[in-house]
Design a protein around this ligand. Sequence first.
Ligand SMILES: *[C@@H]1O[C@H](CO)[C@@H](O)[C@H](O)[C@H]1NC(C)=O
Ligand SMILES: *[C@@H]1O[C@H](CO)[C@@H](O)[C@H](O)[C@H]1NC(C)=O
Length: 338
Amino acid sequence: MKLPQMFPVFVLAGLIALSIAGPINLELSSEWELFKTAYNKIYANEEELLRRIIWERNLKHVQQHNIEADRGVHTFWLGMNEYADMTPEEFVRAMNGYRVNATKTFQCGKFMAPSHVELSDLPTTIDWRTEGYVTGVKNQGQCGSCWAFSTTGSLEGQHFKKNGKLVSLSEQNLVDCSQKEGNDGCQGGLMDQAFEYIIHNKGIDTEESYPYRAKNGACKFKKANIGATEVSCMDIEHGNETDLQLAVATVGPISVGIDASHVSFQLYKTGVYTESACSSVNLDHGVLVVGYGTESCQNYWLVKNSWGTSWGMQGYIMMAKDYNNMCGIATQASFPTV
Ligand SMILES: *[C@@H]1O[C@H](CO)[C@@H](O)[C@H](O)[C@H]1NC(C)=O
Ligand SMILES: *[C@@H]1O[C@H](CO)[C@@H](O)[C@H](O)[C@H]1NC(C)=O
């Protein structure tokens, strides 16, 4: 989303917050200054008060949630990350660019687990980061390009698996160049359509040669700077977490769409994430499953996000697994083949 468009949204949200939250709490002023310094926040004069009110409201919510989590009411904790000065509505608009496009014509193939592999044969814990499949956490900025980060994540993994070299790939290449496949840059897109682009385009440039700018631009793809190619792509059976586990265990990191539209997700800090308000069909965010495991008797998917390292567990989240397809994590899962 472009910044000028954000202003009216934020003013509206700020006024709503003002009317319910009342004046600011002066005792929090030094903490507010620390927050601004930590995340390099620079506001125009008239913006600061509204940001402060939103931040205080989020702080109250985080404190209340964490008191409950300490008592065992929740399996996860919240934290005041760099997005703690945004309302949930504003945040979703700015960041969650996964678009379910009903008219999409391109179809990936269907993933079939190797016939000799049984669920009981699989390791109980997998973390592809420790095997060198995963690049560092990236930051999409205020642009709905999550789908591009999810795409590069799974292709970086498959490229490493085949060639033994971890190459960071260009999200900006996908943002600028995959309109024909149905993607819409910072206004949203789908991983499968990005896979389609990379197949047709016979490659994607490296991150280094085509750096991320967090805004739409003209396509500057250069064949000489290709970092990876792709033969085809595969979809996991819709909503089947067993199939997703087989894919994560036998293939590597897998691209998934999720419902990330809740304040619990915006301010997630640590623990196994569950959200009773989560939908398993209204997906709005593209992320990357890089493993799974169990913590305190609760199975989880280990998920790489693209919101920098201040969010979650150094940029990662543990999302409830085998929990009735929580937040739709297995609804539209896919990966490229190389
Ligand atoms: C879906 O993708 C097609 C191109 O494949 C595009 O023409 C159409 O506008 C898209 N629809 C939505 C709702 O984004
Ligand atoms: C889910 O996938 C597994 C493994 O491919 C399969 O055995 C099972 O029948 C599927 N479950 C459903 C409900 O389709």
